[in-house]
Design a protein around this ligand. Structure first.
Ligand code: DGL
Length: 261
């Protein structure tokens, strides 16, 4: 059975790529809810409805776990929600990894407006290190720039500078890229933050969490899997396929299909 990964759009493919590279024998089913993107500036009530619908849809596809790759969706996820398979959010592992990476306890978080407003990372970091100092910055312009494919672009670099400079001045030593789209911009972000700041990728963090759960047999590994990646999107946009090919490189998808949820 595959592991499902869902996001509001193409951004979660950064999480899928990290997972597929860590678990080359696992099969994955990816759902990009491109018809309802963006999630990150919608209200928690609306996002929660989308999340519940996506989870119900994926459970109907017989998957062995669901990774809520979208940080905005993870930030409104009810942790007590009961499901027949494990449901992973990206915030808890991302916060844990940031705390272990940080020497000074000064941690920056960049995310969508909803994730920032929900204080999801602030709470998750405090649960691991109550003395940590967290500086948050909402970066609403970055998602459309990535969706547009403007990755290596002077305008995007300017926007990154504008958002990250206050975090740099605040003296953080660790920066959580708290949105699935941001790892696509990891290089220009690292250039702005400089060598002394570690960038934490939620895809890497959730891969470590799943590795731990597989070792503890809380999630069964699939030794006979083919490493198949099947992609679904709720909108037919050709842009999804182009961005998927670009983000997944050097991996590639076995299929692209449109679904109604
Ligand atoms: N995938 C979302 C996240 O990680 C960002 C895109 C959106 O706003 O839907 O927060």
């Amino acid at each position: 059975m595959p592991i499902a990964v869902f996001d509001s759009g193409v951004g979660g493919l950064t999480v899928l790529r990290a997972l597929a590279q860590h678990f080359p024998r696992e099969d994955f089913l990816y759902l990009g809810d491109t018809a309802r993107l963006p999630y990150g500036n919608k209200s928690p009530v609306t996002i929660r409805q989308y999340v519940e619908q996506n989870i119900r849809f994926l459970l109907g596809r017989r998957v062995k776990a669901i990774v809520v790759a979208c940080n905005s969706a993870s930030s409104v996820l009810d942790p007590s929600v009961k499901a027949p398979v494990p449901i992973y959010n990206v915030i808890t592992p991302g916060a844990r990894l940031a705390v272990t990476q940080s020497n000074t306890g000064k941690i920056g978080v960049i995310a969508t407006r909803t994730t920032v407003a929900q204080q999801a990372y602030v709470r998750a970091i405090a649960a691991v290190n109550p003395n940590a100092q967290v500086v948050q910055q909402a970066c609403p312009l970055l998602v459309p720039l990535v969706e547009e494919g403007w990755v290596d672009d002077p305008l995007t670099n300017l926007v990154i500078h504008r958002y990250l400079n206050p975090l740099k001045e605040a003296g953080i030593d660790t920066l959580i890229m708290g949105c699935t789209h941001y790892p696509v911009l990891k290089e220009p972000m690292s250039r702005v933050m400089g060598k002394g700041v570690v960038l934490v990728d939620s895809g890497e963090a959730i891969a470590q969490q799943i590795q731990t759960d597989m070792s503890a047999k809380q999630l069964l590994a699939n030794p006979l899997g083919q490493g198949r990646l099947d992609l679904l999107s709720t909108d037919l946009a050709e842009n999804f396929r182009l961005m998927a090919e670009r983000i997944l490189h050097p991996l590639s998808a076995a299929s692209f299909n449109h679904v109604d949820i």
